[in-house]
Write a protein that binds this ligand. Structure first.
Ligand code: NAP
Length: 306
């Protein structure tokens, strides 16, 4: 099969397209003939060695859509790695029914929709009627967070994004308002921060007393500078660090049981994951470089052509 391989840690340009033997699903795992694979910011970090990943050489990619090899049923799956390939294997518990979903697009559905759902609902405990501020609101996770916040009953959603085009896209995802970084932000109950750096500081300062900041990542390259205890105590703002990967690994049973609720939001049309563009596997280096370079909107997909 064809697969994209990280042979060394480095920039996306170091990735190689190789012919590899198809992986075999062991006990408790499902082999999937991949139709589309989602590209995530964490793939950039794993490939560069800045984020823990499998030992080298490895095939990146943590989400796919395709057909189970054993019976052909359409599935979406979350993986530990291996998604940028024609065949991937997943823990059977993290394989979900994709009946009625377009497999050409569904490779980009699961990770951001589920991370937004579990993060907003179970980590930050979003209440109906609250206001939500989403940083990088035109990105993969950001666009999903806007839509999921709406679906969970947020009264008002404000997005922050770096360009006029991205702000228009965030509005089209259901944000009521879209602002550039650095502008005065409105007081907010709950912030979704996947950017970190100075953007975290601005968003934290705009968070209302008894509000929460959901810390999901640091795409700026600078982790959020967390205020000291006394400052947090006096402001009364909760910092809620969240990793969907860690939740899957520590409580897979809960994730497996609850994920279908979130995926049903896609089936019902309440959440329509924003897909930026789809590319052949061989284009993985270009797509990842664009994602790392802030040059994408929504989810990027790799397709196998099957
Ligand atoms: N915790 C979890 O479970 C979880 C799950 C999924 C993703 N994440 C995190 O969420 C964040 C977004 O992930 P994603 O895959 O959906 O990526 P993405 O948002 O599609 O792309 C990253 C975005 O970050 C913003 N950004 C700000 N400063 C940047 C910089 N210096 N370089 C590059 N981008 C910069 C850009 O939007 P603007 O130009 O509008 O600023 C860019 O489009 C990442 O931090 C990722 O690790 C966390």
């Amino acid at each position: 099969m064809q697969a994209v391989v990280a042979v060394e840690h480095g920039p996306p340009s170091a990735l190689q397209l190789q012919e590899l033997p198809e992986p075999v699903a062991g006990e408790g795992r499902t082999a999937i003939r991949v139709v589309s694979a989602g590209v995530n910011f964490s793939d950039v970090l794993t490939i560069s060695g800045r984020y823990p990943g499998p030992p080298l050489p490895f095939v990146p990619g943590i989400e796919v859509a395709g057909n189970a090899l054993d019976d052909g049923r359409p599935v979406i799956a979350l993986l530990e790695s291996g998604g940028y390939a024609e065949v991937a294997t997943a823990n059977a518990r993290m394989v979900f029914d994709a009946d009625g979903l377009d497999l050409e697009r569904a490779g980009g559905y699961a990770l951001v929709t589920l991370a937004a759902y579990f993060g907003l609902r179970y980590a930050a405990r979003l209440q109906r009627g609250e206001s939500v501020l989403v940083l990088a609101g035109a990105g993969g996770l950001g666009s999903a967070a806007i839509q999921v916040a709406r679906a969970l009953g947020a009264a008002r959603v404000v997005a922050v994004a770096s360009s006029e085009r991205k702000r228009e896209i965030a509005l089209a995802q259901g944000a009521d308002e879209a602002l550039p970084y650095g502008e005065q932000l409105p007081p907010t109950d709950l912030v979704v921060d996947g950017v970190g750096g100075e953007a975290f500081g601005q968003a934290y300062r705009a968070t209302r007393r008894l509000g929460r900041v959901l810390l999901v990542g640091a795409s700026s390259g600078t982790p959020p500078a967390l205020p000291a205890f006394q400052e947090l105590r006096e402001r009364g703002v909760g910092l809620v660090p969240f990793s969907f990967k860690a939740l899957r690994e520590s409580d897979g049973e809960f994730v497996a049981r609850t994920a279908p609720q979130a995926l049903d939001l896609i089936r019902s049309g309440e959440v329509r994951p924003l897909l930026g563009s789809s590319h052949p596997l061989a284009d993985a280096p270009t797509v990842l470089a664009a994602l790392a370079g802030r040059d994408t909107v929504g989810k990027q997909l790799l397709r196998t052509g099957r």
